[in-house]
Design a protein around this ligand. Structure first.
Ligand code: AMP
Length: 326
């Protein structure tokens, strides 16, 4: 069974990305044929500095590997190295209706008031995502709730194309990620942890050093109620328990039970140490991979070649089905 997932090479990853997206992807390697993308064509739908983008692509590849993605088992590749993504995205733009594209709520959220000024690419982003999915006969697309509508669009486009031009695409299923933890902002726990937050104290980057991690966790907003409990009205506290749960695999209720008679400070100290212990080896591996840039570039190129092999076969089928002479 083919599963496909990807992250944009934009900012440095935070622990929300690690626990919410990367770790569940690593787990998928065991029972699926995983395609793990560096979605750089999606990243450029908003302005990117070229030098930084290049660095972020390499960083993301290193982070995937350090988090446990095995490039021998998993097709780890860079979207822009496989030209069929752009080709199929164009073709699917001719299949997608304006009304369908206009219904995408994420575009409305992202473009907001500025919808006249943002790139056309930001608007057609879900169609590129449909191309990503359909090129590889993907059956399972593990996504957060915010991306579900995009996978449904990919389904609709696949069904319409198959109807109009003959059986060509596997119709994918959106699978809402259950296993990944949702990590909240350390300062405003009612919001999710986000790398676009202006205050760096609200998130923990996977590259933060031990002292920074300790300071940020100490400063995490909690509450002044007594006791450590799992309670939806205590979001800051629940967030700390979620982080420990993501690291140890222990249930939050069990974790909380271990803090009977102890204070919030004890929990914060433990969360900070658990984060330091789990991030330090990852950071060392990322830094090691980044110092040997050529071999990292070779790993990305090898995965991208593999992806290109599959994608080129599919794009040919698509063109043939449509009567585009090959
Ligand atoms: P983004 O670059 O923000 O689109 O995030 C990349 C991936 O990380 C997506 O799969 C998101 O669903 C996931 N993600 C982002 N923020 C969080 C968070 N705070 N908690 C859990 N998962 C997250």
């Amino acid at each position: 069974m083919r599963a496909l997932t990807g992250i944009q090479p934009t900012n440095i990853l935070h622990i929300g990305n690690l626990f919410g997206a990367l770790q569940p992807a690593v787990a998928l390697q065991h029972d699926t044929d995983l395609a793990m993308m560096i979605v750089d064509l999606h990243a450029i739908t908003v302005p990117q500095d070229p030098k930084t983008l290049r660095e972020r692509i390499l960083f993301l590849a290193a982070a995937y590997i350090a988090a446990g993605i095995d490039p021998k088992k998993t097709m780890l590749f860079q979207q822009s190295q496989v030209s069929a993504h752009s080709e199929l995205a164009w073709i699917l733009q001719t299949v997608c209706r304006i009304g369908e594209a206009e219904r995408m709520t994420q575009f409305k959220d992202k473009a907001g008031e500025k919808s006249e000024k943002v790139s056309v690419g930001l608007f057609t982003y879900p169609i590129l995502m449909a191309a990503d999915i359909l090129l590889y006969d993907t059956e399972v697309v593990p996504v957060g709730e915010d991306q579900k509508q995009h996978v449904e669009l990919a389904r609709d486009l696949a069904i319409r194309f198959n109807r109009d031009f003959g059986e060509t695409f596997v119709v994918p299923k959106p699978v809402i990620r259950q296993s990944g933890a949702r990590i909240r902002s350390l300062l405003e726990p009612e919001k999710k942890m986000s790398k676009s937050a202006t205050n760096a104290k609200s998130y923990i980057s996977i590259m933060d050093d031990a002292d920074v991690i300790r300071k940020k966790i100490r400063g995490a907003v909690t509450d002044s109620e007594d006791g450590i409990t799992v309670d939806d009205s205590r979001l800051g506290l629940k967030n700390l328990l979620t982080i420990l749960h993501a690291i140890t695999g222990q249930s939050m209720v069990d974790i909380a039970a271990g803090y009977e008679g102890k204070a919030m400070k004890n929990l914060k100290d433990d969360v900070a140490e658990a984060l330091v212990l789990s991030l330090e080896p990852m950071q060392a591996e990322i830094n090691g991979l980044l110092t040997n840039e050529d071999s990292l570039i070779a790993i990305i190129a090898e995965g991208s070649q593999k992806a290109k092999g599959l994608a080129d076969v599919k794009i040919k089928k698509v063109k043939q089905a449509m009567g585009l002479l090959l």
